[in-house]
Design a protein around this ligand. Structure first.
Ligand SMILES: Cc1cc2nc3c(=O)[nH]c(=O)nc-3n(C[C@H](O)[C@H](O)[C@H](O)COP(=O)(O)OP(=O)(O)OC[C@H]3O[C@@H](n4cnc5c(N)ncnc54)[C@H](O)[C@@H]3O)c2cc1C
Length: 384
């Protein structure tokens, strides 16, 4: 069964999709269950992904990357997540936020911080969410106070991918206090993780995407030079909003990969299991369930790829990205739920692929903006 076929993938993205498929088959699938069980950081798979030229390669060629565009990134996301979402997240997060630096940083910042990520000598992360605020981007409390030629950082961040492992993170922090324009109060900074006053520890064990690691970071009078600010003071919210439009297309790809995994697992199970003297795939209700899963999957995939083109062309990006993210990630939850039902009691055996998928699908409906927030965006940005 070939669910992630090439028919919706533009020609220029097909070679890297094939490369990601081969990598996922050889390097991710054989170790996925073990990493899920142990919850360890998959350094060896990350390094293999770097050797294969699949990590951090959306960074432009002039800075040492392969310059993948959004459609190439989506193609990779589908393939990696079909094999395993936790490992897929680790590979895709190694350069999370670096695109912001590429689009808005100075040449000096890019040479110092972006190039080592593109060349796979360093990894990074994006620190936005906090213990008390995730959805409300204009409600974050971590502050960056200017003192002479430095910014002094104080506050906490939570859920930050690679917060422990990264060499530097892109930090979103409050630089203003204007109640009339809450959105203009935030700025973005490059923060090397070895700066005094930066402390990070892993958050407690997760039930999903266990081969990825997130951190609780505290900033305690952490001082960084003014030159580490990305873009103008007060531009952070707007830069982030634009960045998330790209990210949400890729997160749609996370959902599509997971949905494909759920359908494959369910399809193969029902053709290999008997009840009442026949194959359970012969029951019409089972066939209808699978038909529904496939239909929803194809609808989500068509939307997601259409949205990728829209975002790439900057046509109502917020609207299309939010729709793609919502539809694809919720198709994944639906397919996983139905796939579990079709597996009967065996669905809850922890070594089953469907059980891993069932847990992992809980994440993309939340990260990069919970789907309720996406619905707010779809409504408010609907072209009229
Ligand atoms: C595995 C994982 C990895 C992550 N990685 C990162 C990372 O690398 N960097 C980073 O900065 N963050 C990261 N996050 C955080 C993620 O972006 C937030 O969890 C997400 O934005 C939701 O924020 P919250 O958890 O604080 O939920 P809250 O904001 O507390 O919201 C809780 C719930 O309230 C409802 N809700 C909230 N606001 C609204 C609204 N306006 N309208 C309707 N309903 C609403 C929704 O149901 C929502 O799920 C990660 C999260 C996970 C789970």
């Amino acid at each position: 069964m070939e669910l992630l076929d090439d028919s919706v993938v533009p020609e220029h993205a097909q070679p890297v999709k094939q490369q990601a498929r081969e990598f996922a088959t050889e390097e991710i699938e054989p170790v996925a269950e073990e990493y899920f069980r142990s919850g360890e950081y998959p350094w060896d798979v990350l390094e293999a992904g770097m050797d294969a030229g699949l990590v951090a390669q959306d960074i432009g060629e002039e800075y040492g990357g392969r310059g993948f565009d959004l459609q190439q990134l989506l193609a990779i996301a589908e393939e990696l997540y079909r094999a395993d979402a936790g490992i897929g997240l680790t590979l895709m997060l190694a350069s999370f936020g670096a695109e912001i630096l590429e689009d808005h940083g100075t040449e000096q910042q890019k040479e110092e911080f972006l190039r080592p990520v593109a060349e796979n000598d360093q990894i990074t992360g994006l620190a936005v969410s906090e213990p008390e605020s995730g959805s409300d981007l204009a409600g974050m409390r971590t502050t960056a106070t200017k003192e002479g030629d430095e910014y002094v950082l104080n506050g906490e961040k939570y859920w930050i991918g690679n917060g422990v492992e990264a060499d530097w993170v892109t930090l979103y922090a409050k630089t203003g206090d204007n109640e009339q324009n809450r959105y203009g109060n935030y700025s973005l900074f490059i923060v090397p993780t070895d700066t005094a006053g930066y402390e990070a520890e892993h958050i407690p064990e997760k039930m999903a995407m266990r081969a990825s690691k997130q951190a609780h970071i505290t900033f305690d009078d952490c001082r960084i030079p003014v030159e580490n600010r990305i873009g103008a003071e007060g531009s952070g919210f707007y830069i982030l909003a634009e960045f998330f439009n790209h990210g949400r297309i890729a997160v749609g790809g996370h959902g599509l990969g997971l949905a494909a995994a759920a359908i494959e697992a369910a399809w193969s199970f029902v053709h290999d299991r008997e009840a009442f003297g026949r194959d359970i795939s012969e029951f019409q209700s089972v066939q209808h369930t699978l038909a529904e899963m496939r239909t929803e999957f194809e609808a989500a995939r068509a939307l997601n790829w259409r949205a990728a083109r829209k975002v790439e062309n900057r046509e109502q990006s917020g609207f299309w990205a939010a729709m793609a993210k919502t539809k694809s990630t919720e198709t994944a939850t639906m397919c996983a739920e139905q796939g579990m039902q079709l597996h009967g009691g065996r669905s809850i055996l922890t070594d089953r692929r469907i059980a891993r998928v069932y847990r992992d699908v809980r994440v993309p409906v939340i990260y990069e903006g919970a789907n309720e927030v996406q619905r707010n965006l779809i409504y408010s940005q609907s072209p009229t």
